[in-house]
Write a protein that binds this ligand. Structure first.
Ligand SMILES: [Zn+2]
Length: 282
């Protein structure tokens, strides 16, 4: 399998206002306090609260936003007051752990929810003239009543690339990685750059090698805080590994049976490396 087929299914429909429903249905409330998500847990089983359940907690809800429909479940996101104190049945969980707790579709939705919540938080005032903005009724945008500026949810595109040299892959680690973990070369796309140009530049900057045969692999929203990871494969074309020691503390070629600890298959990084191993392992 060359291309990445792991995608969020057709299950979620982004909307500005909830549709009229014949019957009352359940809803999900993705409620956050400092980027951590609130879960109701009972005997080790955790779930998202509904809007009603969240309100019944009596905590101050600073803002709330409808984001769309997941099947026939209405989805909301909310910001909870920092001072909220909770008991042991209520947990605030790191977003990255949600894949294991609630599964990929709902974890992906939580990533979407935090990005939309942060967009709402950060665009309360116009960045050009300072006026208070309002929510557009036509599109997912905040509008300035004075100068007409529009502020859309921010997405920062970033590239990630698997570089192959014969039966080896180039893996690197950043100083901030957990001990022993290696990953792929990645970085943000600069204004004015195509994603392919960003791949070439990042690889040259971080490890000093040149590459060829750049091919698209797949993409993944990466809400830490607002990226879209765009994955590529490429082949080594020349040069010796020469590390940018600020961003990279080690970079090496690894054979498929020598791969160190790498990110899991919940990330496009892990899926690119799994693709490499599958291709080469006998
Ligand atoms: Zn303005």
């Amino acid at each position: 399998m060359k291309h990445d087929h792991k995608q969020q299914g057709p299950g979620f429909q982004p909307l500005l206002t909830p549709p009229e429903k014949m019957h009352a249905s359940s809803d999900y409330c993705f409620a956050f306090k400092e980027r951590k998500i609130l879960l109701f847990c009972n005997n080790g089983v955790c779930k998202l609260p509904s809007v009603k359940e969240l309100r019944e907690l009596g905590t101050e809800i600073i803002r709330e936003q409808y984001i769309g429909e997941f099947g026939d479940i209405s989805c909301f996101t909310a910001e909870i007051d920092n001072s909220f104190r909770h008991d042991e049945d209520i947990r605030f969980e790191d977003l990255r752990k949600l894949y294991d707790i609630l599964g990929e579709p709902v974890a992906s939705l939580a990533g979407r929810a935090i990005q939309l919540l942060e967009w709402d938080i950060k665009t309360g005032f116009c960045g050009r003239c300072g006026s208070k903005t309002f929510r557009s009724q036509q599109e997912k945008a905040k509008e300035c009543p004075e100068c007409g500026s529009l502020f859309f949810p921010k997405i920062s595109p970033a590239i990630i690339v698997l570089i192959e040299k014969e039966d080896m892959a180039l893996l690197a680690r950043s100083p901030g990685f957990p001990t022993g973990l290696y990953g792929l070369i990645a970085g943000f796309v600069e204004p004015g750059e195509s994603v392919e140009e960003a791949v070439v530049r990042e690889v040259l900057e971080e490890v000093g090698v040149s590459i060829k045969d750049i091919e698209y692999f797949g993409s993944q929203p990466w809400p830490y805080p607002d990226s879209l990871m765009i994955g590529f494969t490429a082949r080594y074309a020349g040069g010796e590994i020469r590390m940018d020691t600020v961003e990279i503390e080690d970079a090496r070629w690894f054979k498929c049976d020598e791969i160190p600890t790498v990110p899991g298959n919940n990330s496009i990084s892990g899926r690119l490396i799994a693709y490499f191993i599958e291709k080469h392992i006998q």
